[in-house]
Write a protein that binds this ligand. Structure first.
Ligand SMILES: [Fe+2]
Length: 194
């Protein structure tokens, strides 16, 4: 499978353990125990729980090399279960950074022949419900799966492409997501000539 329009793994982008230690200061029990769709709204997308890049010398030095990186990094927690298929609305490219408990979790990418939905009934993490498309994501009905990817190293993700997440194992996967303000193809170019 040709994954070149979807993902691009980076070998020397960032010290994941450093980001993990930053994340540990922000994560809390409530966050980890709150089911994923609610944890996204209450914590991931809440600026009080962002890693702030500009107050950190190491992260600032990375942003200085790649100025299209945003000035904050979000943290995402996924529990056992599914995140329904969607495209991201608020950004087109992200660099996702694995932090902890990354085994047994696939991001599934689909062909572009999807149908946008205003809402969708689906499991989401450990709960099930009707989820409305919103400013962050548009839910979609997919036609054809293309490939699965396991986030084991920092990876540029084309979040414009349809994707879902399935975590097969118990425990919370924690990743960091650093938005890159450029189309995926540009991001790949920028990082290939570092
Ligand atoms: Fe997404």
């Amino acid at each position: 499978m040709n994954t070149k329009n979807y993902i691009y793994e980076l070998d020397n982008f960032i010290d994941c353990l450093y980001v993990y230690n930053k994340a540990q200061k922000l994560l809390n029990e409530d966050w980890l125990e709150l089911s994923d769709p609610y944890a996204l709204g209450q914590y991931t997308d809440n600026e009080n729980y962002y890693i702030q890049v500009e107050s950190d010398d190491y992260l600032s030095s990375i942003k200085a090399k790649f100025p299209k990186l945003k000035s904050y990094i979000k943290l995402l927690k996924s529990e056992k279960g599914i995140w329904p298929a969607h495209v991201d609305n608020w950004r087109i490219t992200a660099i996702n950074i694995p932090l902890s408990n990354i085994e047994g979790c696939d991001t599934i990418f689909y062909k572009d022949n999807y149908v946008k939905k205003d809402s969708m009934y689906s499991p989401f993490g450990k709960v099930e419900g009707t989820w409305k498309s919103n400013k962050w994501i548009t839910y979609i009905e997919t036609k054809e799966e293309l490939f699965k990817h396991q986030l084991t190293k920092p990876t540029i993700i084309n979040t414009n492409k349809p994707h879902s997440v399935i975590k097969h194992t118990e425990g919370y996967r924690i990743i960091a997501s650093w938005t890159y303000d450029a189309p995926f193809e540009q991001a790949v170019k920028d990082f290939s000539c570092q």
